[in-house]
Design a protein around this ligand. Structure first.
Ligand SMILES: [Mg+2]
Length: 390
């Protein structure tokens, strides 16, 4: 066995622009805006071991994550990269007063080291369940700029996605606007695609009141939606309010994307605040946290649904029975997706609109570790900073 003590952590910062994208009314949601550009800052993380195996991770997480990694970087030097559980629990405590996002890139890089050490993809270490991942097209937020700017536009795009093979489609509506338009979008999208496509809506905690959440929930019932996600400005925190909503509507509620910690999510399940359990690579502390939560949900007889696309997400979903869809996005009918504009991965890896096969599925990366080659040549040309910890 190679020497798996961690020798060095290198964090690189990148800067690039995303074309035909702007922001909505309050500057938070990225939305389609022809001719505009959005500036983005990304980071990559490389964990080198004494034996020469390097774990690599890059993800769409900003400076908050890099700052948390900086808090724990020196702790990592000299640790055994195969002691993931020990490191995960130590970092969970170390980052307890922040949101814990810094745990994710470290944990994913450690799993990358494990896979590369054994020469297998991570899903083989986790225990493979599937090789092909059914996707839902997860839209960009609604805009006022000639893109997804009306109920009919969402309906038309859902039809386009259905024709591409997608079995499911998720609406991210508007951040600011009449609740009647949200209701109309739910109904128009169902009408456009017919009965044989699963539909979801994710207001991402935009609605102002519980009553607005109820109105849209009743529309979801009428349109037979598959799930209704984080509806209003409780921030996805109130299991009590979600339970009250569940008593009045029949559409399953997905909750948990905006709360942190397995214990808190279990409390939400026991309080009957969720039908589907949310887990995410970044929010759960990487692959280790996602798999813990998936098995927690399994113990309750529930399904866990993974947030956002990415190689680590694919490795996890390949290894979980009790889950339904891979979130492919965010997609839009008029703007090329993130990987078409920002090719951080090689090997033809893509989470763009047309990445799915005719059954609406994407493959599980089969290379060692996380299974994808990072496009370092392209990244080098966009590097704006570097910190080395050793
Ligand atoms: Mg969401």
């Amino acid at each position: 066995m190679k020497d798996l003590r961690i020798k060095r952590l290198t964090v690189r910062q990148y800067n690039w622009t995303f074309r035909d994208m702007g922001t909505d009314y309050n500057g938070f949601n990225q939305v389609y805006l022809k001719g505009a550009t959005c500036n983005e800052v990304w980071y990559s993380y490389q964990l080198e071991t004494e034996g020469g195996v390097t774990g690599e991770y890059i993800g769409a997480m900003g400076g908050v994550t890099a700052a948390q990694v900086a808090m724990v970087a020196q702790y990592l030097i000299g640790r055994n990269a195969f002691e993931r559980e020990l490191i995960w629990n130590d970092l969970k405590r170390a980052l307890r007063q922040v949101d814990g996002y810094g745990l994710a890139p470290i944990d994913c890089a450690l799993w990358d080291i494990a896979g590369k050490t054994y020469g297998v993809p991570v899903h083989q270490l986790l225990g493979g369940w599937r090789k092909s991942l059914p996707c839902y097209a997860s839209t960009l937020h609604g805009d006022e700029n000639g893109g997804l700017d009306s109920p009919e536009a969402f309906g038309d795009f859902a039809v386009q996605c259905k024709e591409l093979g997608y079995p499911a489609f998720k609406i991210h509506g508007w951040g600011n606007g009449p609740i009647k338009r949200e209701v109309a979008t739910v109904l128009a999208t169902r009408k456009a695609v017919g009965d044989d496509m699963d539909l979801m809506i994710d207001p991402a905690c935009e609605y102002n009141t519980w009553a607005e959440a109820l109105k849209v929930g009743r529309a979801c019932d009428e349109a037979n939606f598959f799930w209704y996600e984080d509806p209003y400005k409780d921030g996805g925190h109130s299991a009590f309010a979600a339970k009250k909503l569940r008593q009045l509507i029949k559409t399953p509620i997905l909750l948990g994307e905006h709360i942190r910690g397995i214990e808190v999510k279990v409390d939400g399940i026991i309080a009957e605040g969720a039908d589907f359990v949310r887990a995410g690579i970044h929010s759960e502390g990487g692959i280790t946290g996602v798999m813990k939560l998936a098995h927690v949900a399994e113990g309750f007889g529930l399904d866990v649904e993974l947030h956002g696309p990415g190689a680590a997400t694919r490795q996890c979903m390949a290894s979980i029975r009790n889950t339904n869809f891979y979130e492919l996005g965010l997609v839009h009918p008029k703007v090329p997706g993130r990987h078409a504009q920002v090719p951080v991965y090689g090997d033809g890896y893509s989470d763009d609109l047309e990445a799915v096969d005719r059954h609406g599925c994407v493959p599980v990366p089969e290379g060692p570790g996380l299974g994808v080659d990072i496009n370092w040549d392209w990244l080098d040309r966009h590097e704006t900073g570097k910190v080395v910890y050793d």
